[in-house]
Design a protein. Structure first.
Lengths: 365, 419
């Protein structure tokens, strides 16, 4: 027999009650001895309460009757009799361990999906994407990318080869692209441009956009070196690597953004996770583009060794954070692989000496 | 049956029983688990936090009880993801369209998500209320979540247009809607604080923030030769900046002045933020009513500042600890980088350390903020209360049923969740 406080779940009135434990049930009686309720032990559960109070209710009952016991010894006795009463906190700790276990399993599976699943889905999806959709995707990415890259000129002459003095350079570039494009025999036309960025770099977007940075033209000592890098980028276009990476980025940002939630500012984690994961995706794609580029240079009659020379030249020299061409710094292995398939030039030079000189001045203004 | 006067030992009828130490332990363990579970543990943590806060809040001698379960929030969240996934996919596809639809898609998405966010806030409030039990009876909430969302978005637009002057009236109107539809058992709530009084209390702060900005705008209007500026822009885009400068010799000075004024306004905003919070919390608490039960708060502004001082102090300690921890991490990166230059391993380790460092820092500060400012606001708010008309508590009848947790899940997925 102990004292307790009882709420019957129908009104908010508070009843001071006496509680007795029979072999099968807990009996709640009013001060005058009248029996208010009888709860079988298997139907009792403990509920959230301050540390010093045991609060009891009935499992799954729509009526929220509550009994509160403040006597710790009596509370422990109820805990010993009723399975769902967790006075010692043992059930709670076990449940917590289970939650932690399952959360860890979910984390592992999430990382696995991000690492393997998303790239696999993107790779399967990419070949089925119609060219028109890919072109639109490329145009949308193009707008974003220009905004990100064009930090100095702010739209004012970001593209080289537009001004009167730069026109011959543009003509030389067009000729070079045409020669490579013919040799490649792509189903869609390329849209190549040289832009004012000081890094020695180049990149390909979905839908045949190719950006060559001014810094790359400056670093090149002969036309085949520029051509080799462009051929490598054409490899990305032919393999639709840009489209695949856009699909991957979309899938990853959805996966992490939605699931990670807002306990931490999720945005920065999303971006960081994306960059970490993506730099590992592109290694095979880069090797494939190298192979394609070397083969294309051979087909076009150029010197495929020049791609390797250029790679070695710009290997350590790109700015940190700008590694689109060299996403994967194992340059020496790549150089060896390219040289293994490269042959000496066969046809006429890709550009004449004067055309090459004009291309070097494409960003002259 | 005993009278209520003997039941409570607190003068105002309200006490907070929890200790800071217990709350710190709960939050630190939760933060560690959040980290290793990529945030999945948040459903369990938020439930533990609410159980702690509710169970330690004593009103008229009886503590509140939170009956929400983590698994039901998790399911609600999954339902919300199922609803939102096609919506997000639609926005993604629309954004690819370069026509008017694509141009508009950003604005449409913003508006759509704003309405949905307010909808989620109202439904999440319903979830929390129906999981709150007091003296064996449930709180609950009626009303239309869409109706609330529409009101809230219109009010936000008005507040934006009036540079914040409409904000007190927005708070009062939305709170009236919420409280009018809030019940404890069969006892209907209402909200009686006046937006105009809040405006009067907040007006000095508003003026202090806006005055420097207004000065900057006036300075611009005075200094800029609009005719010369127009000509400079009309003349073309080449070296636009230098021509604008040529036509407006005072412009650099004015820009410096405007930046100073902007900085003044921003620092004032940071300094006044605790006062702003204290004013609103006190005003809000004093406006709450349930039938004959009336709440009054005498919250002191200095206590709220005290909470922020504690936050800054613990934040400083955390920064020092993180700074010391980052030394071995940087040394590790340096060693790997020098041994294997140009290697993907060095790059991956570097990115990994940066990522972990960021997560630890963000979680650390969020934990410190919860354990200092948020807990203090809850505790100070509770302890500042004085309740009258408590005899009504003897006669309340049960009413209301538990609501689904989709609102809570949606609020989590849309990042508008709260206590």
């Amino acid at each position: 027999m102990a004292q307790g406080i009882y709420f019957d779940g129908h009104t908010s009135a508070r009843h001071d009650v006496g509680v007795t434990l029979t072999p099968s049930a807990l009996q709640i009686a009013a001060q005058d001895g009248r029996l208010l309720a009888e709860w079988p032990y298997e139907e009792i559960e403990s509920l959230a309460a301050p540390d010093t109070v045991l609060r009891l209710g009935r499992v799954g009952s729509a009526v929220l009757a509550r009994l509160e016991i403040a006597d710790p010894a009596f509370a422990a006795e109820i805990g010993a009799r009723a399975r769902n009463v967790d006075w010692a906190g043992r059930n709670r700790r076990r449940q917590q361990l289970r939650v932690i276990g399952w959360s860890l399993a979910a984390t592992v599976s999430l990382v696995a999906v991000a690492w393997l699943g998303v790239p696999a889905i993107a790779a399967r999806l990419t070949p089925h994407l119609p060219a028109a959709v890919e072109r639109k995707l490329g145009d949308a990415v193009d707008v974003q990318l220009r905004r990100m890259l064009d930090t100095k000129t702010l739209g004012d002459g970001f593209d080289c080869g537009v001004k009167e003095s730069e026109r011959p350079g543009r003509a030389a570039l067009d000729k070079l692209i045409h020669r490579l494009e013919t040799a490649a025999g792509l189903p869609e036309s390329l849209r190549a441009t040289v832009v004012r960025r000081a890094e020695a770099n180049a990149m390909a977007l979905p839908g045949g956009h190719i950006y060559v940075f001014e810094g790359l033209i400056d670093k090149a000592d002969k036309v085949d070196e520029v051509a080799g890098v462009i051929a490598h980028e054409i490899g990305h276009v032919a393999h639709r690597d840009g489209t695949r990476s856009v699909l991957e980025a979309g899938g990853l940002s959805f996966l992490f953004g939605m699931l990670l939630g807002d306990f931490v500012g999720g945005g920065a984690v999303v971006i960081a996770a994306k960059s970490v994961l993506q730099s590992s995706y592109t290694r095979e794609a880069e090797a494939a583009a190298d192979a394609y580029g070397a083969a294309l240079m051979k087909k076009a009659g150029g010197d495929a060794h020049a791609l390797a020379t250029m790679l070695a030249k710009i290997g350590g020299a790109t700015e940190p954070g700008m590694k689109i061409l060299l996403d994967h710094p194992e340059t020496q292995a790549r150089v060896r692989a390219i040289n293994a398939v490269a042959a000496n030039p066969t046809g006429p030079p890709l550009l004449s000496a004067s055309e090459w000189a004009a291309l070097k001045r494409i960003c002259a203004r | 049956m005993t009278g209520l006067d003997t039941a409570s030992s607190a003068p105002g009828g309200v006490r907070f029983l929890g200790t800071r130490g217990a709350y710190w332990r709960l939050l630190i363990r939760g933060a560690a688990l959040l980290m290793v579970t990529l945030g999945i543990y948040r459903f369990w943590l938020i439930t533990d936090v609410r159980r702690f806060l509710w169970a330690n809040s004593e009103v008229a001698g009886e503590t509140l009880e939170y009956t929400g379960r983590p698994v039901e929030i998790l399911i609600g969240f999954l339902v919300a993801v199922a609803i939102l996934a096609p919506v997000y996919a639609g926005f993604f596809i629309a954004a690819l369209d370069l026509g008017t639809l694509g141009q508009m898609s950003g604005a449409i998405a913003f508006l759509g998500l704003a309405v949905l966010g307010q909808y989620a806030i109202y439904r999440a409030r319903r979830y929390r209320l129906t999981r709150t039990i007091f003296r064996g009876l449930r709180f609950h909430q009626g009303g239309s979540a869409w109706g609330y969302a529409l009101r809230a978005v219109l009010w936000w637009a008005l507040t934006g247009l009036t540079l914040g002057l409409a904000y007190p009236f927005q708070l009062a109107s939305l709170e009236r809607y919420k409280m009018r539809h809030t019940y404890y058992g069969d006892l209907q709530g209402r909200f009686e604080a006046s937006g105009f009084r809040l405006l009067l209390r907040g007006l000095p702060m508003w003026l202090m923030l806006l005055a420097p900005l207004a000065l900057a705008v006036v300075a611009f209007a005075e200094a800029v030769d609009w005719k010369a500026l127009g000509e400079a822009i009309a003349a073309g885009t080449d070296s636009l900046g230098s021509r604008i400068e040529g036509g407006n010799p005072q412009l650099p000075d004015v820009i410096v002045f405007a930046m100073l004024m902007g900085g003044t306004s921003a620092s004032l905003a940071a300094l006044l933020y605790p006062a702003f919070q204290a004013v609103i919390l006190r005003w809000w608490l004093s406006g709450l009513r349930f039938g004959d039960i009336a709440l009054a708060s005498n919250l002191h502004m200095r206590n709220v500042y005290g909470a922020y001082v504690r936050f800054l102090w613990y934040g400083l300690l955390l920064s020092i600890a993180l700074g010391l921890l980052s030394i071995p991490a940087l040394m590790l990166i340096g060693t790997i980088g020098s041994k294997m230059p140009d290697s993907i391993v060095a790059e991956a380790v570097g990115s990994g350390v940066a990522l972990v460092g960021y997560v630890v820092m963000a979680l650390g500060f969020s934990t410190v903020y919860r354990a200092t400012v948020l807990l203090s606001l809850w505790q100070l708010g509770m302890e500042s209360l004085h309740l009258s008309g408590l005899s009504a508590l003897e006669r309340v009848q049960a009413s209301g049923t538990p609501s689904s947790a989709v609102g809570e899940g949606l609020a989590d997925a849309l990042h508008v969740g709260g206590y």
